[in-house]
Design a protein around this ligand. Structure first.
Ligand code: N01
Length: 502
């Protein structure tokens, strides 16, 4: 029986299926349309476009990359209100881009993909969806991003808590914190953004810190009406502004390779803490004990001053247990709580968050098995044994210093080149050679050894439990762009179309 014969009535057949409607999936869809390929579907598990920027709506949610950089190069927006935009403004931008390119017409919302299986006889992928339907496609692009499955800590007694528990990525807009006793756990990028806002609402806020982050001042400013007019009237000047921001961000890559350089900036940042926090003991607790850059460097002007408020307390003891109405710390102290806010981040290891997402490739290949030791891909985009499957922001393409949209655009260009070359050759699939992928990853891991992420004296979400960094690209972003500019034919096995084989 051919695989076509197995297709049920709920099956849709397309050339390309995209999984995820965030910046990555949208970019892919736009570039397919520009290439004249309308035979695709975008599958989004949520009910709107924007991915991270659709789901993360906690108070104070904003981007710590400048707006003119954190937007598509081909969809510049002269009207950004501030150097750094809030979630709502970014989401409005996303909606505008989506409308301009008619992306909704190609999108199925509430469409959660639960598995993907390759049929090498038909040279087709079948994607299974949670509602029981299937999509059959020649290519599929996994654009779900690494930061979409919230991580819930498993504290003793957590189930017995009678109050409200809110995760930063699943904010309950209807819950009123006014006058409540709130315990917030975690001090990462999300927490430092919502803490100042929660502090203003809550009766009492306890901030539980396991590891202090390094925080640099936010060079925030509003764009004047004149700047916006100039950017609108002279797009070249807007592009120049973007280039300037790009280069200043890119310069941050230097301390990553030279932790001693990073150390030089630490005294100034300690002074920043002492300047902003009145209580000396609290200020001391807020100083990190690892090298700047080892964990993501955060930016804020209003996080530290929050600790000058009478209703805010910093706790550095670990959480021992949670009771019906309180949180107990490792030193035995107990804090009454109406609400616990979890700023505890995301499950970022794809081997864990994709454990129920079965992917099978060429005969005998299962991604969970192939990634048993570590998630690996070639250029973060293709995986040997999984023909015509592409990932955006896959292994080792994350950034600690610049806009991820730059990486996404590079990857999408690469995927488009792969699809175009395959079509031109009339082949059925392309599959990256295993030795090419292995050499790429061995070299990458060697290069990571000298970086602040491995030598900076911290553990971060950039690393797997064994310390291996499968999250970040350890070079300048233009080096990634150069590597992904075109698909090198020699890196891949090209499978002639089925008709030619028989
Ligand atoms: O998550 P995180 P996040 N007990 O993993 C603590 C992006 N982002 O949501 O450091 C006690 O960074 C944990 O402590 P420790 C950005 O890429 C971007 O804040 O592991 N504490 C840490 O303090 C970012 O990196 C923007 O010791 C526990 C915190 O929880 C990524 O999202 C804005 C704990 C988790 O921090 C994730 O950021 C927001 C436990 N059991 C987010 N478990 C932009 O502006 C965890 N923690 C673009």
């Amino acid at each position: 029986m051919t695989s076509q014969a197995k297709i049920n009535v709920k099956t849709r057949r397309v050339k390309v299926a995209i999984v995820g409607g965030g910046f990555g999936g949208m970019c892919m869809a736009i570039k397919l349309r520009e290439a004249g390929i309308d035979d695709f579907v975008l599958l989004e598990k949520g009910n709107g476009m924007g991915g991270t920027w659709y789901h993360n709506s906690y108070p104070g949610a904003a981007c710590d990359v400048q707006s003119h950089m954190y937007s598509f190069s081909f969809e510049g927006n002269p009207d950004w209100s501030h150097r750094y935009s809030g979630q709502q403004e970014i989401h409005n931008y996303i909606e505008g881009v989506s409308q301009k390119h008619n992306l909704r017409q190609f999108t199925r919302f509430n469409a959660e993909v639960t598995g993907a299986h390759f049929d090498d006889q038909a040279a087709l992928w079948t994607l299974n969806l949670a509602d029981g339907s299937q999509v059959v496609c020649q290519h599929w692009v996994l654009a779900s991003g690494p930061l979409h499955v919230p991580s819930f800590p498993n504290f003793k007694g957590m189930d017995s808590f009678k109050g409200k528990i809110i995760h930063s990525a699943l904010w309950d807009q209807d819950y009123d914190m006014a006058g409540k006793k709130v315990v917030s756990i975690g001090t990462g990028a999300s927490a430092i953004q919502y803490v100042p806002h929660v502090a203003k609402e809550a009766g009492h806020l306890t901030v539980v810190q396991r590891t202090p982050p390094w925080i640099i001042p936010r060079d925030e400013r509003a764009y004047s009406g004149l700047s916006k007019w100039v950017f609108r009237r002279f797009p070249a000047l807007r592009k120049l502004h973007r280039l300037r921001l790009y280069l200043s961000n890119e310069a941050r890559v230097l301390p990553i390779f030279n932790p001693r350089l990073a150390k030089l900036a630490e005294p100034a940042l300690k002074a920043f803490i002492n300047y902003q926090v009145k209580d000396k003991e609290t200020a001391r607790k807020l100083v990190p004990n690892y090298t700047l850059g080892c964990k993501r460097i955060l930016i804020s002007n209003n996080y530290y001053p929050t600790f000058n408020r009478d209703n805010v307390e910093l706790v550095t003891e670990g959480v021992k247990e949670i009771r019906e109405n309180s949180v107990v710390f490792s030193d035995g102290t107990e804090q009454q709580a109406d609400c616990i806010v979890l700023g505890t981040g995301f499950i970022v290891d794809p081997r864990i968050y994709m454990k129920d997402f079965e992917i099978t490739g060429l005969p005998g290949r299962r991604l969970q098995d192939d990634w048993k030791d570590a998630a690996q891909a070639y250029l973060g985009t293709t995986v040997s044994g999984y023909p015509n499957m592409f990932q955006l922001v896959g292994p080792n393409t994350g950034l600690g210093h610049n806009s991820i949209i730059f990486m996404i655009e590079s990857q999408v260009r690469y995927v488009m080149d792969a699809i175009t070359k395959l079509d031109k050759r009339g082949d059925a699939w392309l599959d990256v050679k295993q030795d090419v992928q292995d050499r790429f990853n061995d070299k990458l891991q060697d290069e990571l050894k000298g970086t602040v992420w491995q030598n900076g004296g911290c553990m971060s979400w950039y690393q797997q439990a064994d310390g291996r960094n499968t999250a970040l690209w350890p070079h300048a972003t233009f080096q990634f762009m150069a590597r992904t500019w075109t698909v090198n034919m020699k890196d891949y096995n090209w499978q002639p179309a089925i008709e030619k084989v028989s």
